[in-house]
Structure formats: structure tokens, C-alpha cells
Design a protein around this ligand. Structure first.
Ligand SMILES: [Zn+2]
Ligand SMILES: [Zn+2]
Length: 117
């Protein structure tokens, strides 16, 4: 692949990522967000599990605890954390502090955020 092709691929990936992030931002859970077709994404932090799943808004409301977590459907522990779906590989990744997007997807290594060079 020539250098120019690589640049094109990166540009397309950036466009895709920022578009998806923008949509995600628009549909981010708010006080009573209603229109979340994909629901809310979660990652289980149990080191033996690591399950990625999503719940509908209704399910989330039913299952959410005071600590703001839903139980993992696989191991039933409440070690879950909110995640986002990678627009490239559709897997769930964990945001960094303050809900910011990591620069690269931990699964497929595609660029997720537009910061950095
Ligand atoms: Zn689990
Ligand atoms: Zn990915």
C-alpha cells in the first residue's frame, strides 16, 4: 500500500470515528434520554469475565443500582462500567477518565478520537 493510500484510509477512519462519536454524544444518556436504539454499553471488569454487553434504556433503569451499575449478565457481579461501542469493530471499549474517548480502540487499534497528531 502506498503512503497516499494509508493517509486516505486514516482520513476515512477519522471521519467515521468523529461522526459516530458525534451521534453518540447527541444520544448520550441524559436525565431521561429516550431514543437510544442501541441501548447503553457496558463492560464487565471482573478479570475472569470481561463480558461486553448492552442494555436497553428500560433494562438499564430496571437494573441500575444506587452505585450506577447494572449486573453483568454472564457472571452476575456488579463490576460493570459504562462503555462505548467502537465504530470500527463494534466492540465495547472503556472511556478514559471523565468519559473521554481513548485515542485508539483497545480491540482493533483503530483511531477513535481526533486528538493527537
Ligand atoms: Zn461478568
Ligand atoms: Zn475497535
Amino acid at each position: 500500500m502506498s503512503g497516499q493510500n494509508i493517509k486516505l484510509v486514516v482520513a476515512l477512519a477519522l471521519l467515521g470515528a468523529s461522526g459516530a462519536l458525534f451521534v453518540r454524544w447527541l444520544t448520550a444518556p441524559r436525565d431521561d434520554g429516550e431514543d437510544l436504539p442501541e441501548g447503553i454499553f457496558w463492560i464487565c471488569r471482573n478479570p475472569d469475565c470481561g463480558h461486553e454487553f448492552n442494555t436497553s434504556l428500560k433494562q438499564t433503569k430496571e437494573q441500575l443500582n444506587a452505585d450506577g451499575r447494572v449486573p453483568c449478565p454472564k457472571c452476575d457481579q456488579r463490576l460493570t462500567t459504562l462503555g462505548f461501542a467502537c465504530p470500527h469493530c463494534k466492540r465495547v471499549y472503556e472511556p478514559e477518565g471523565h468519559g473521554t474517548t481513548p485515542e485508539f480502540c483497545p480491540h482493533c487499534k483503530e483511531r477513535l478520537s481526533v486528538r493527537g497528531p
